[in-house]
Design a protein around this ligand. Sequence first.
Ligand SMILES: Cc1ncc(COP(=O)(O)O)c(C=O)c1O
Length: 412
Amino acid sequence: MLKTEAVDVERIRRDFPILKRTVHGKRLVYLDNAATTQKPQAVIDSLVDYYSRYNSNVHRSVHTLGEEATAAYEGARGKVARFVGARANETVFVRGTTEATNLVRFAWGEKQVKKGDLLLATRMEHHSNIVPWQLLAKSKGATLKFVGITPDGNLDMEELDRLLGESPKLLAFTHCSNVLGTINDVANVSRKAHKAGATTVVDGAQSVPHFPVDLSALDVDFYAFSGHKMLGPTGIGALIGRKALLEDMDPYEGGGEMIREVFDDHSTWNDVPYKFEAGTVNIADAIGLGAAVDYLTSIGMDKVREHEIRLLDYARETLSKVKGLHVYGPEDSKERSGLIAFNYADVHPHDLATILDEEGIAIRSGHHCAQPLMRCLNVSATSRASFHVYNSYDDIDALKQGIMKAGAIFKV
Ligand SMILES: Cc1ncc(COP(=O)(O)O)c(C=O)c1O
């Protein structure tokens, strides 16, 4: 296989200070990007710059620092919105994907979902797109049902159609599975859901960081993602919501900034998105997320995607030579994102991850916060190697060598 990279990996790697470190005396090979990504110097600098030059609260102070902080915070909102083809006034800053789905659960669900209603999720969801709906179903006396997956790791479209025929109130589904890598046809699924009268909540935690997403073409109601998985800081992410829905929703949390007026017995609400951003917001990390968006934009998301597809093809070919290694998810790299979940003979994923760590290689092992999916796959855990733009073919060679070492230890 021709090993040409779609981006200048050597140059990009120099932007990530952490990649210079060693682990157990070995070069760090970081393949746990689906859990969280590393941060380029530009993102780190943006945090230091905010705290050392214009740290101040936003939206409330007329002094220079307050105005600079507000401009940077709102500038970041604009960048994040444009990055995914959304409008700034439909973009709510939240802690991450988990807070986004919980916000929808409370602010939309408490008002809209009634006793006897049906809610749908899929069996390839992360727990953050399951548990909020379980809690909502329980508190409202509604029912939660699941759309299954096919043996090749795709959504079972026949089951989806059948369950949509039961007129659900909500369909919660992922754009991209954090285990199978499967990329769902969001526009098509959302269109079907809308025809059935359902509101859609889409988990973009593994899509926005890895390939171009244009929400203006996807026709979804709510879309959630996390900054830390897209080279940004932890503690910041976004919920994009349809303006009319956001306006109709009750607030999520009460406090400062989310109000227009407060009386003894009631309050009125600020405009969206501020209605959902109570208290002092995460100013520094929102600015850092804006810097991450600038960084990714300067590379180009189509290039990021192309790079990951090539790594994925190489990884699949390389790992296919390892006897006893089973990879989960769709065959075609164009239908999946840059991650590989696998099991290696009967070596426990935690043992494999520990042996790889001794070689400086970071992968994830476990259920990946997707236990219903683990049951579908008939396993309790898998190993997972996940890529981003600073990974190279060498990283995959190192992974294979590490796996072979584990094979020798466990006599596979
Ligand atoms: C598909 C998917 N959804 C949601 C999440 C939750 O993201 P966060 O922990 O940033 O809220 C993750 C994180 O692993 C994920 O992979």
